[in-house]
Design a protein around this ligand. Structure first.
Ligand code: HEC
Length: 397
């Protein structure tokens, strides 16, 4: 019964998370576009930066932006914050249900670091909190005064943290952790800086004093960070479904490249929304980044020789799969806590093994995503034997 409940909790929380994320990123893209497309015009009310005309859903919208705030606060004011908070809350729920409930399988890899599941969970929480605090301090320090310096230091910092994660957690755990960190930074920017500063502005106006323009500027700086982090965070969240990215040797360099590709593409759109020519170098850079990622991901995992050596007998391969995979991937799994063959993949007969040869290649030969956390201790030699069998045409004799 417990398994059924966890399965449904996971599905419902994931649904909420994806919808909240769409709402958040959607409104964020919308406002960035709106902000950049505002045009000044003579005759606009005082304090207005510019106006924009838009057409959608059968009507025309006439938007104006007050730089600090309008002279009189409207009675009805819509705040955009719950999309962000709901994304974080559901994301954290998902982290708990998928990764903390199954820490042994998805967070820990004892060949990386011999952690107990509870220690791994504690590390995961601490390693979310501490890097976020470091980011917060950096933004408020003199470094935060220079956009470029902060961006460069921030980039090196994120890559360093990613590398540290890959030395603590399984590849998959490390990727979800860096995704969660970037997501946490983004939501905290809304929760700790953008919204509170906006509230201070409103309070100052209601109190009849002039709001401090610095409140708005700091909020804007964090918005820019969020803008450039959007594409990488979404990629990191889906990357945990792609073993070649998270479970190969250069996984942390792949993240380092992604953290550059996303902002490059974002930059193209930012320029276009300003009504300028989108710089094409951004796409060229992103394309080169994508090629390098593909190449890096094909480097496999240390020690596994892909496509070398004499073709082994199928019996040897079946023996490996039976002893390393079938305890979970069988019609009636014998692994405690696993009730159905995961993802409906059964590797318990010769036909099933051959039928799933491409999945086996991706999950256990070219990457070490399976067995999860190498929980059944599949050796490098065993992976190489399966590799040689695949390279020789995966015959069933
Ligand atoms: C301890 C249990 C366990 C063992 C052992 C195990 N797996 Fe898995 N496998 C899982 C779980 C759990 C999932 C589902 C992962 C998820 O939810 O993303 C899975 C998923 C898969 C998938 C589907 C991946 C996808 O996202 O579609 C394949 C293919 C696979 N395993 C192959 C293997 C191979 C090959 C081996 C042996 C080398 C193996 N597994 C060993 C538990 C196991």
């Amino acid at each position: 019964m417990e398994v059924v409940l966890t399965e449904w909790a996971s599905a419902l929380i994931r649904w909420t998370h994806v919808i909240a994320g769409i709402a958040w990123i959607g409104s964020s893209f919308y406002f960035i576009h709106l902000d950049l497309s505002l045009r000044p015009r003579a005759g606009l009310p005082p304090g207005v930066k510019g106006e924009a005309w838009q057409v959608h859903g059968g009507g025309f919208y006439h938007m104006v932006k007050y730089l600090v705030a309008p002279p009189n606060l409207p009675d009805h004011l819509t705040w955009f914050k719950w999309e962000a908070y709901a994304t974080w809350l559901s994301g954290f729920g998902l982290l708990v249900v998928v990764y903390y409930f199954n820490a042994e399988m998805f967070l820990v890899d004892r060949s990386v670091l011999d952690l107990s599941p509870n220690a791994a969970i504690a590390m995961s929480l601490g390693m979310l909190l501490v890097p976020w605090l470091a980011y917060e301090i950096a933004c408020r320090s003199p470094l935060g005064k220079s956009e470029i310096a902060l961006a460069l230091v921030g980039y090196v910092f994120l890559v360093g943290v990613t590398y540290a994660y890959t030395q603590i957690f399984s590849g998959r755990g490390a990727f979800v952790q860096i995704g969660a960190l970037v997501g946490t930074i983004m939501v905290a920017n809304v929760f700790v800086v953008i919204i509170p500063n906006q509230k201070k502005i409103v309070a100052a106006m209601l109190g009849g004093t002039d709001p401090n323009p610095a409140w708005g500027e700091v909020g804007k700086q964090r918005s820019v960070h969020n803008n450039y982090l959007t594409l990488p965070v979404v990629f990191l969240m889906i990357s945990t479904h792609y073993p070649l990215m998270f479970a190969t040797r250069y996984n942390w360099i792949i993240v380092a490249i992604l953290l550059l590709m996303g902002p490059a593409i974002r930059h193209f759109y930012n320029r276009r929304h300003e009504g300028k020519e989108g710089p094409l170098w951004t796409w060229a850079a992103a394309a080169v980044g994508a090629l390098v990622i593909v190449w890096l991901s094909a480097m496999g995992t240390p020690g596994v020789k892909v496509g070398e050596g004499p073709a082994p007998k199928f019996a040897a391969v079946q023996e490996i799969v039976t002893s390393r995979c079938s305890m979970c991937h069988a019609s009636e799994p014998v692994w405690s806590g696993i009730v159905f063959p995961p993802k409906a993949i059964r590797l318990d007969t010769a036909d099933n093994i051959r039928g799933h040869r491409h999945e086996i290649e991706i999950q256990a030969v070219r990457s070490n995503a399976m067995p999860p956390g190498n929980i059944t201790g599949m050796t490098v030699d065993e992976r190489s034997i399966v590799a040689a069998w695949l390279a020789a045409g995966a015959a069933k004799d």
